[in-house]
Design a protein around this ligand. Structure first.
Ligand SMILES: [Fe+2]
Length: 647
């Protein structure tokens, strides 16, 4: 049986993101995200993911006309037969008969699966459970399936939905509104989660926000959302090399009921309070649902369950076995739909789904790319051993091997790895190499044989989807791979799943006594994780790493580039937290009252430990005046930087 699946549906005019394609060919599974190949994040234009699908045909060495079942998400409006004829005859050459007989072919081969059932299916069939409850929560499905909440039971290969609700007034959107109010794109919820660990839960803010939330088994977690105006198009964010439409077509923070409640608080306190409310509400719901089902196992899916801290909290609420898929967001929908159609015909219980489902590149192809770039490189006899040595000497390595990962996390196929023992590894990668937000945590890859020694419990976590409390006495051994709250988004590495990466960590362990590597995604700021050898070489030459280890080849940055001295300095996390809070003053140029700004300045003064009188002395008046706010920001930032330099 050969099944091909795409998300979204071709010719379905709606704003989507995370395009992806999948193929199932007997026991072989391919699944991949289009954005990793195009480097365009959140592409919402009405295209379809042709490139990732064709990479799959090449990977599995099959042709579109061999496909027996084509699977798409249920579209918003019915797509005409003429359009599908165009798709299958012209675009994919899957049908070569006369148009008059196409309808018969189409009826036998084309299937549609609803958004939330695809989420549920990926989690259920990926888990290896044959009997479980399923809970799906996201921002509100898509235009073909408006549900944002689905709870049910999977028994005898049947999905029995118990509760469901439609709409975008849900807890996932509460999270997005919090994110927007802080000043990030509404899709950057992970940033809110990362920043939250630096803040405090503000009880007065919690009291106001909690009134907007309602938890019931029938509707899930509802959020009374209000947006008061359309946001502007933000031309500053149009960037040819890292195009992301969510940053362009939404100018944030936008005027919402959440911003109006939050504006006087520091960003990290808003994040901490918002995350707390989110976790508390979802846990309350899951406890209610636990009482509704006799199932011992539960699977979670939908974009909400990208939240590793929430997932951590959900591990221990009464279910014996808990599963989160490697791609709980919409990037897992094509595979979820394909698995649904496959198992409707023939249900076969399988082991937990691997995350290594993407494209691979031959050694000959890699060599050709290196030679075409006229790079100086070596071909060591044991790449794992020599890379482990470089890592132990403090070098950062781009590790590009085998089949790419499917899902948002890099799991040792397209990873940037470093020594977790030195906090400088994190600061160096964050500020100099990847240029990403300073507060975002890095995750550790740990050998399966050792991870229970490092983590406070034994849940097997191969997809990096759960944060764990690290054992307190071991945190100081790997400071760059532990978040400020003492947790880590652990990736457990099994020898049979990824033998070469397992060997790399083992070699590092032999040298250092630490069976752990710092592992982050292989991409510069603003684009998706990379996919191809050419992208890897471009990242090396741009200075994103010290070495690139690709297939059996090792390439040093220093051997291939003559560069000017770096002028950048690495700031401490505390300095960056203070500077970020000073930047936040800009929000008062467009939003908020003078009273709210005054409260904000009190919080800011406490954080930066600079008395406002000092600023008064400098004749800075804090009023809602753009030039005066900008001047105040410039002066305060310069004081903070001077203080940091003294330290
Ligand atoms: Fe979704």
């Amino acid at each position: 049986m050969i099944i091909a699946s795409m998300y979204p549906c071709p010719f379905d005019a709606q704003d989507r993101h995370e395009f992806n394609s999948s193929l199932i060919y007997d026991n072989q599974v391919y699944s991949y995200e289009e954005g990793k190949l195009t480097s365009i994040k959140n592409d919402g234009t009405p295209k379809f993911p042709e490139r990732s699908l064709m990479m799959g045909f090449k990977e599995l060495d099959i042709l579109p006309n061999q496909v027996e079942k084509w699977v798409f998400p249920k579209p918003k409006n019915e797509i005409s037969l003429d359009s599908f004829y165009l798709l299958f005859s012209w675009y994919f050459k899957a049908y070569d008969g006369p148009q008059s007989q196409f309808e018969e072919w189409y009826k036998e081969r084309v299937f549609f699966v609803e958004h939330q059932i695809s989420h549920a299916s990926l989690a259920v069939y990926g888990s290896g459970f044959n009997d479980c409850a399923f809970l799906c929560m996201d921002g509100g499905g898509d235009f073909g399936d408006h549900r944002g909440y689905l709870f049910g039971e999977f028994t005898n290969n049947n999905f029995d939905v118990k509760f469901e609700s439609k709409g975008t007034d849900n807890i996932a959107n509460f999270h997005s509104f919090i994110t927007d109010a802080i000043g990030f794109s509404g899709d950057d919820n992970g940033k809110t989660s990362g920043l939250a660990s630096y803040g405090a839960i503000k009880s007065d803010l919690k009291e106001k926000l909690i009134k907007l939330i309602k938890v019931t088994k029938e509707d899930g977690v509802k959020f009374d959302r209000k947006r008061f105006s359309q946001t502007r198009v933000n031309l500053e964010k149009v960037r040819a090399e890292s195009y992301d439409r969510t940053k362009i077509f939404s100018h944030f923070p936008s005027d919402t009921n959440i911003l109006r409640e939050c504006i006087q608080y520091l960003s990290h306190d808003i994040a901490a309070t918002g995350e707390h409310i989110l976790q508390e509400s979802v846990i309350k719901l899951v406890k209610i649902l636990k009482d509704e089902t006799g199932k011992k196992n539960i699977v979670f899916s939908g974009g909400l369950f990208q939240n590793v801290s929430l997932n951590k909290a959900l591990l221990n609420i009464g279910f014996e076995n808990v599963y989160f898929p490697s791609a709980p967001s919409d990037s897992g929908l094509s595979l979820g739909a394909a698995l649904y159609v496959k198992n409707k015909d023939e249900f076969k219980l399988t082991e937990m789904l691997s995350a290594y489902l993407g494209p691979s590149f031959s050694s000959a192809h890699v060599k050709e790319v290196l030679d075409r770039h006229r790079l100086i490189y070596s071909e060591p006899s044991n790449i794992a051993k020599i890379v482990a040595k470089k890592l132990s000497e403090g070098k950062t390595i781009g590790w590009f091997q085998g089949k790419a990962e499917f899902g948002p996390r890099s799991l040792g196929s397209r990873s940037l790895v470093a020594d977790p023992r030195n906090i400088k590894s994190k600061e160096k990668i964050n500020q100099l190499l990847k240029k990403r937000d300073w507060f975002m945590p890095y995750a550790p890859s740990i050998l399966e044989e050792d991870y229970t020694d490092w983590v406070g419990q034994s849940h097997y976590s191969p997809y990096m989807q759960i944060a764990f409390d690290m054992k307190p006495d071991l945190i100081e051994k790997i400071p760059s791979a532990v978040h400020v709250d003492g947790t880590s988004r652990v990736h457990v590495v099994k020898k049979t799943e990824n033998p070469l990466y397992w060997e790399l960590i083992s070699e590092f362990n032999k040298l250092t006594g630490v069976p752990v590597l710092l592992n982050t995604s292989f991409n510069r700021h603003g684009i998706s994780t990379i996919s191809t050898p050419r992208q890897a070489v471009e990242h090396l030459l741009e200075g994103c790493m010290d070495y690139l280890a690709i297939d059996n080849y090792l390439i040093a940055f220093d051997d291939n580039r003559i560069v000017a001295d770096r002028k950048e300095t690495i700031e401490s996390e505390l300095t960056l937290l203070k500077l970020g809070s000073v930047d936040r003053l800009s929000v008062f140029k467009e939003h908020g009252s003078e009273d709210q700004m005054s409260v904000y300045l009190t919080y800011l003064s406490e954080l930066i430990d600079i008395h406002l009188e000092l600023l008064d002395d400098r004749k800075i008046k804090f009023q809602n005046n753009i030039s005066e706010i900008s001047e105040a920001q410039r002066i305060i930032a310069s004081i903070i930087r001077n203080e940091a330099r003294k330290v």
